[in-house]
Design a binder for this molecule. Structure first.
Ligand code: PLP
Length: 312
């Protein structure tokens, strides 16, 4: 168990006139480095790191990356060196990148097409110099990241039992798909029935959904049938807008409304886009009479980047 798992993130009902039974699981309130799904995943990665004698952690992501911020924080806490390889194309200064700098991470930016080769050469260089680097895939992708969201699913089940409620739908922002893979694995393990709907923030189908399915297969290792996996994996690419990190006035409106009505910060890359997508989906499919859970996957520093752009 990771250290923070002594806590359970809160699930709160939103006071919405339109959606009568809409709840939010506040992963943004995980009590470490502004929380979020990347904190939940990173706790498990660092549990693995702490078992070895690693002196470097290497990962990749843009200057907007919540994952890179959390990993840089956990590395700094341990006095470990952290190397972040990021794409030049998304390297503007943000609150996340400023924190990465504050944590002393070495940030290497290269054209996006060179990221993969740069990771390989950096890992080789560190090993050649006698270091022991640990590599974490971008976004905390991989079975350890998936495990983090199987545990989150367990928390949802526990909440349902305690509060005698059943969520018919679970919505959230889906990026690398690890969060979704963990939730679907949790559902298969528990054998319960509901719709788990990942709202894509960038990727299109079929690739976006295929990546989720690959992660699920990898984690479950042949224990469940292909049909079950296919059946449970719902990845919607209707609400990606103009792509990763691209803002719109509609998303800004959603962010402003959420802050005013629910006191809840959202961001334009992930949670704001997913929340808006969920609202549209609920309306289009007339499912407002069901119990709905939105997972707030974090990204609070991105909310403040957004706030700097907002004008009254
Ligand atoms: C990374 C991220 C996501 C997407 O999670 P994946 O596991 O990569 O699909 C969603 N929301 C926020 C705030 C994130 O930082």
């Amino acid at each position: 168990m990771s250290r923070f798992m002594a806590y359970m993130t809160p699930i709160c009902k939103l006071n919405s006139d339109e959606f009568k039974s809409l709840y939010v699981k506040r992963e943004d309130m995980i009590p470490y480095s502004f929380g979020g799904n990347k904190a939940r995943k990173a706790f498990l990665f660092f549990e693995d790191i702490d078992k070895g004698d690693y002196d470097y952690v290497v990962t990749y992501g843009s200057s907007h990356s919540n994952h890179c911020r959390v990993v840089a924080n956990m590395a700094a806490e341990r006095g470990m060196k952290c190397v972040i390889i990021g794409p030049q194309e998304v390297s503007d200064s943000t609150y996340n990148s400023r924190m990465m700098e504050l944590f002393g991470a070495e940030i290497i930016t290269v054209p996006v097409n060179d990221v993969s080769a740069t990771i390989d050469s950096k890992m080789q260089e560190l090993t050649d110099y006698g270091h022991k680097p640990y590599f974490i895939m971008g976004g905390g992708h991989g079975n350890i990241g998936t495990q983090a969201y199987v545990e989150c699913y367990d928390e949802i089940i526990e909440f349902e039992k305690e509060n005698k409620i059943h969520f018919d739908y679970i919505f959230f922002a889906s990026g690398t798909g690890t969060t979704q893979a963990g939730l679907v694995c949790g559902q298969l393990i528990h054998g319960d029935d509901r719709k788990i709907i990942g709202i894509s923030i960038a990727r299109k189908n079929p690739r976006g959904r295929d990546v989720v399915i690959d992660s699920i297969r990898d984690y479950l290792n042949g224990e469940y049938s292909e049909g079950e996996i296919q059946d449970k994996t719902i990845f919607l690419d209707d609400y990606t807008g103009d792509g990763y990190g691209v803002d719109s006035t509609e998303i800004q409106g959603t962010i402003e409304k959420s802050l005013v009505m629910y006191g809840m910060p959202l961001d334009s890359t992930y949670t704001g886009k997913a929340f808006l997508g969920m609202e549209k989906y609920i309306r289009q499919n007339s499912i407002a009479d069901k119990n709905i859970l939105f997972i707030h996957t974090g990204g609070t520093p991105l909310f403040f980047d957004e706030l700097n752009k907002m004008r009254r």
